[in-house]
Design a protein around this ligand. Sequence first.
Ligand code: SAM
Length: 268
Amino acid sequence: MRLDIVTIFPEYLEPLNVSLVGKARARGQLDVRIHDLREWTHDRHNTVDDTPYGGGPGMVMKPEPWGEALDSIIESGSGSGDSGDGSADASGDGFDGAEAARPVLVVPTPSGKPFTQQLAVELSEKPWLVFTPARYEGIDRRVIEEYGDRLDVREVSIGDYVLAGGEAPVLVMVEAIARLLPGVLGNAESHRDDSFAPGAMADLLEGPVYTKPPQWRGRGIPDVLLSGHHGKIARWRRDEAFRRTVENRPDLIHRADPAAFDKKDRET
Ligand code: SAM
């Protein structure tokens, strides 16, 4: 998978060199390219912002640098599908296919649609994503419209709060997406039981987890986890997940399909 990120703070994205994402990059599973938006400015001060039409506080990001940056990045992917490491489609992820010639443009904004596990799954199946983390009051609207005419553009919010910039949301989204890519997590099963994961536990948060030692500060672990009885353990996990969801996120239960829950769930 190829990821391009355009920002005025490339150093903010240093964490993409460590841990899971860093390892996926080192293994060639992720081709991450970070671009400094100011490289596409032409004035002495490398200006990327200007005052808003209609007045009001704050500054707005100018369309010209974004347009030049995005044109150049999109152009770099058309034709060969060069993954940047000297070989076309080195990862074998289909990057040199027709769909890869046009990226999905992911625009972080508090006014976007919520970033959910479902969207992370959908985006993890795309060969190429371009992220546009903004600063100030955001990007001139015409940029979103311009690329909306030619690309799949997703305006995405990571939560109902306002951050100073889109770099932290990009770190959040990239990590959520990267861990879903085949071969990135050591154990491919790991994310199947996660909170929000599609499948039998869909719409439920994950319940509590335990590891050794069996006693810690006088606290034991639930007997069922030592029973070796897979059926009982699965039932216990589901009950705990259900309990935790009712307590912390009753909204998830209310919007779930009632058919997804069995008699025991309802008793819990
Ligand atoms: N005036 C904008 C509004 O109220 O919608 C907020 C702009 S915010 C200060 C600057 C940038 O940070 C946004 O353009 C976006 O890139 C990013 N950002 C802030 N909060 C975000 C969130 N909850 N989700 C995604 N991106 C966010």
